[in-house]
Design a protein around this ligand. Structure first.
Ligand code: BEZ
Ligand code: FE
Length: 279
């Protein structure tokens, strides 16, 4: 087979690109892929681009999970990272204390209030008082704000700072399992490969602090039916945190609530950035 890559500037690209192209050629050759089939592949990828689904495609083929695992291999004493997914929105509202990341809306009555709290520290346990958290999740009914017309803009999303000792708490609602978008090419791929589109309930976190690497992760909850069968394969057992139910009317009243609520603790340890670690 003729060389397909010549005069590549980057040494790394020069090593990877020919191998990637060879891998595609090998699959085409060994299965005798026809012109018609190849055109269908190109049509599929064109549709993925048009519908802005490349991140979703990377997720459902479990490629994102693989890259995450390789990128963070061998990290100890820090909170494990996890896939970001395609549903993060830039510039969510800044939430002042006491932090609440949602507004009441029609479907919210179907859910349970949840307070998530913890401390943000460096790998050695020292508090990071300047840390900023950025949270996004689905509501208890109807999914993400962008899919659910009843929800206000940026509902179940928000950024906020931590206390002097790195402590944080925010009020949200217990998320439920949901299906990722299935109406585009990634959904057709799932269907063609007999894979369901469900993800276990989770909350996404992006956490930043000076001198530390940005952490992108997710928190999951026990007893979820999709923990062992996440459609993007992103569950890490070290990121599962129990939900504690609080039944006392007195406790609820103290929180300004009329019904039982849940709490969940999630301490976060960030990895010092390379330059900071050397210093
Ligand atoms: C999410 O959890 O938001 C998500 C991740 C991957 C694909 C689709 C959604
Ligand atoms: Fe999500």
């Amino acid at each position: 087979m003729a060389d397909v890559v010549k005069n590549v500037d980057s040494e790394r690209l020069a090593r990877i690109l020919p191998e990637a192209i060879r891998a595609i050629h090998q699959v085409i050759e060994s299965h005798g892929v026809t012109e018609e089939e190849w055109m269908a592949v190109l049509g599929f990828l064109t549709e993925v681009g048009k519908q802005d689904e490349f991140v979703l495609l990377s997720d459902v083929t479990k490629t994102s999970v693989l890259v995450d695992a390789i990128s963070h291999e061998g990290e100890t004493d820090v909170t494990p990272s996890d896939v970001e997914g395609p549903l993060y929105r830039e510039n969510p509202p800044w939430r002042e204390k006491p932090v609440k990341i949602y507004e009441e809306y029609e479907g919210a009555q179907k859910g349970d209030v949840l307070f998530v709290s913890g401390r943000v520290t460096s790998a050695d346990g020292s508090p990071l008082s300047g840390a900023v958290l950025d949270i996004w999740q689905t509501g208890p009914d109807g999914g993400y704000d962008i899919w659910d017309e009843r929800q206000p803009e940026y509902n179940f999303r928000g950024r906020f700072g931590v206390d002097e000792d790195g402590g944080y708490e925010f009020q949200t609602m217990v998320p439920k399992p949901y299906t990722i978008p299935t109406d585009g090419p990634a959904g057709r791929l799932l269907e063609a490969s007999g894979q369901h589109p469900w993800r276990p309930a989770h909350i996404h976190f992006k956490v930043e602090a000076e001198g530390h690497e940005l952490l992108v992760t997710q928190v999951f909850f026990p007893d979820d039916p999709y923990l062992d069968d996440d459609t993007i394969g992103a569950v890490k057992s070290s990121l599962i945190r129990p939900l504690t139910r609080h039944e006392s009317e007195e406790e609820s009243a103290r929180r300004g609530l009329e019904a039982p609520f849940y709490t969940c603790e999630f301490d976060i340890a960030l990895k010092p950035a390379m330059s900071a670690a050397r210093a």
